[in-house]
Design a protein around this ligand. Structure first.
Ligand code: ADP
Ligand code: MG
Length: 686
């Protein structure tokens, strides 16, 4: 039972307002076929939209079964359209991409009816109306008359007590017109059917009651009902409509395959970029941490004393480097490292040598305190065996040295010889010495900026130097002076002591030494720790930091473009489906379900891109790392790990968040843009 009291509806027309309906009062019965007659543009459709609660009146009250429509919630209005009031349109408004039967089935599914019941009911109804032959035809190939029959079945399958039909035969020939009107007439025996037409002939032939709309008012009501017969609106509950949402989304996915593929590809590339950057961010730090220990020089350094000295008559100062006083150094190191003299005056740190008797260009020679590689250094060994004991017979070389030769360098002989002159208390002495080493092993070091290097035993060289007697000086001083004691006893500013002490420490103490190095740099003791390996790590870290900073704009670009792609596809997908959404709305679908259909499609594409990006990024980042390792000899530079930054499943979480947040925002944009435009406009039959 529908009662309209003094209803008015106006629309904006340019700057002014136009009242389409004004002061309309009428009561519609609960049964019968009521015709609304009027010229085009007289407001017939508007009246139906008010009754179906698709639009709100600007004046007056509509009561349906005793309840004021204005007081109903949006959900109650949707329920009203789903359970109580069916719509039939001039141009049918079926979902064209599915079969005729699916249109009928979906009409139930959107209210949460389970799919088996819905299918059974649809089959029964199709049989009853002798339309089984249309069941599995795609809707777009049906004739107008067939479409309208299906549209009527889509409505009556829900047994609504009201049907609103807006020019239901307007697009049909006479034969079909007759069939459709018969269907509606039949239905109106137990229910109310309100139909709009400007066709006088059919109005006269079928209707029980005629309402004529003219100039915004009802000009003629053939049987005015004075009293309403109240009938409470039945409370019916909807079921779960998620099945319908998924079904429709699946259909959209197929229909929009090209747009979705484009969106998929764009998002995939962006996500892939994000993951590779993530791989670089997380693994480059780990790589530095790991790689910096991969050097036999990591646990040695040299310490000197740098003092500022003023130059007489000049504003400039001079930095003079000396060997520190042993006691000062001992105190500063506080037991963290072993202090040794620097013997490089006798064993040059950079020297030419002969390999298998052939003269070669200079390479670096460095003493190490443990040539036997007892501790974890052994894992760095690529080939060969480290010497069993401290010995001057064997040396180790790094890979960069081994790479100078085409054949394996193991067990080949290196010779260096030198002749030095020394002077003490005006007594001159000279020493000729030569060493013969066999290469015992090749170590794999962090190769960044690394140069070919030969490692020999510090202890063995000390023993050797102590056997090299300085004849003249010994004779003059009346005691045995050898090369070793010359270095150890020399003054701080003597080149024999290289102006520095060497220090050797354990790997555990390396971080403490590094801290001390920075502290001493800032302090005023003048002590300065120099470490080749710390320096290399420092420059490598700086380079990585610079590279990381360069990546940030690209990362932002990837994020922005992925977001833009999602927004764009979501917007264009919404636009192309607005009519479909309007039909759903008229059929009483929940507005949140309709929003979810739009969202689900976007989330689906986004998640699919995310999963594919993850599936690609893990193996490809590994491949990338291997390629980089081959080129720059740094392993695991871009390895994406499942627990990057020590957070379990970090890359998966990041991609999951983006692939949910982007479509969530993207889908909200069209809803926001169109929030003020009524969907009803989409359904107007022009
Ligand atoms: P008809 O009797 O042909 O169904 P309608 O109810 O569709 O007429 O429209 C009545 C008048 O209201 C028309 O002049 C139409 O242009 C106007 N109108 C309908 N809907 C809107 C709207 N959403 N915005 C502005 N004007 C509208
Ligand atoms: Mg109309």
């Amino acid at each position: 039972m529908i009662k309209l009291s003094k209803i008015g509806k106006k629309y904006k027309e340019g700057d002014s307002e136009k009242w389409v309906l004004k002061d309309i009062s009428l009561i519609l019965p609960s049964k019968g076929l009521v015709a609304i007659q009027g010229e085009s543009g007289s407001g017939k459709s508007t009246l139906l939209n008010l009754i179906s609660m698709m639009e709100k009146p600007d004046e007056g009250v509509i009561k349906i079964n005793g309840r004021n429509v204005e007081k109903l919630s949006e959900k109650e209005k949707e329920d009203f359209r789903f359970f109580e009031c069916g719509f039939i349109f001039q141009h049918f408004n079926l979902f064209e991409d599915v079969t005729a039967k699916d249109n009928i089935v979906h009409s139930l599914l959107m209210g949460g009816v389970d799919s088996k019941t819905a299918k059974d009911k649809a089959n029964t109804l199709l049989k009853e109306y002798k339309l089984e032959h249309l069941a599995n035809k795609k809707t777009s190939v049906l004739s107008g008359g067939e479409k309208q029959r299906i549209a009527i079945l889509r409505t009556i399958i829900r047994s609504p007590r009201i049907i609103l039909a807006d020019e239901p035969t307007g697009a049909l020939d006479e034969k079909n017109e007759k069939a459709i009107m018969k269907m509606l007439k039949e239905y109106s025996k137990e229910n109310l059917v309100v139909f709009v037409s400007h066709n006088e002939r059919i109005i006269k032939k079928y209707s029980d009651r005629i309402l004529k709309i003219r100039n915004g008012g009802i000009s003629d009501d053939s049987k005015i009902l004075r009293k309403a017969d109240p009938e409470p609106m039945a409370k019916r509950k909807r079921g779960n409509s998620s099945r319908w949402i998924i079904d429709v989304t699946r259909g959209h996915f197929k229909k929009d395959i090209k747009r979705n593929a484009l969106s998929f590809a764009g998002t995939l590339i962006s996500f892939f970029g994000i993951l590779i950057s993530l791989g670089f961010y997380s693994s480059s730090k780990d790589t530095i941490e790991k790689e910096k220990k991969k050097s036999l020089l990591y646990t040695s350094a040299s310490v000197s004393l740098v003092q500022e000295e003023e130059i007489e008559g000049s504003p400039l100062t001079l930095n003079r480097t000396r060997r520190p006083i042993f006691g000062d150094l001992e105190r500063a190191l506080d037991g963290l490292a072993r202090i040794e003299c620097d013997y490089s005056y006798f064993i040059p740190s950079y020297s030419a040598y002969t390999f298998n008797g052939e003269k070669k260009d200079p390479v670096s020679f460095a003493p190490i305190s443990d040539i036997t590689l007892k501790d974890r250094h052994r894992s760095m060994l690529l080939e060969g065996d480290p010497p069993r004991r401290d010995s001057l017979e064997f040396v180790l070389v790094n890979k960069e040295f081994a790479d100078l030769f085409s054949e394996s360098v193991l067990n080949h002989k290196i010779e260096i010889s030198n002749s030095v002159k020394v002077l003490r208390n005006n007594i001159e002495d000279s020493l000729d010495f030569s060493f013969e080493f066999y290469i015992g092993g090749v170590v794999d070091e962090f190769s960044f900026l690394n140069s070919p290097r030969v490692y020999y035993s510090l202890n063995a060289i000390k023993a050797n130097l102590s056997s090299l007697k300085l004849e003249n000086i010994s004779k003059a001083e009346g005691s045995n002076v050898d090369a070793l004691s010359l270095v150890e006893e020399c003054a701080g500013d003597s080149p024999y002591g290289s102006y520095a002490y060497s220090i050797f420490f354990s790997e555990d103490n390396a971080p403490a030494i590094e801290r001390l190095m920075h502290e001493l740099d800032k302090g005023d003791t003048g002590l300065k720790i120099t470490s080749q390996s710390f320096d290399v790590i420092q420059s490598f870290s700086t380079l990585v930091d610079a590279f990381t900073a360069c990546l940030v704009p690209f990362l932002i670009l990837a994020l922005v473009s992925s977001f833009a792609i999602t927004c764009f596809t979501s917007y264009s997908s919404y636009l192309s489906k607005r009519k479909e959404f309007a039909i759903m709305h008229a059929l009483g679908a929940r507005s949140e379900d309709v929003s979810n259909i739009n969202l689900l499609e976007n989330v689906g594409v986004s998640i699919l891109s995310g999963i594919s990006a993850l599936a690609l990024a893990f193996p490809l980042s590994r491949l990338f790392s291997i390629m980089l390792d081959k080129r720059v000899h740094i392993a695991n530079l871009v390895t994406l790990k499942i627990n990057a930054f020590n957070v379990p499943f970090f890359p998966i979480l990041v991609i999951l968040i983006f692939s949910l947040v982007f479509p969530l925002f993207g889908s909200a944009i069209p809803q926001f843009v169109f929030r003020k435009q009524s969907l009803v406009k989409e359904l107007s039959d022009e």
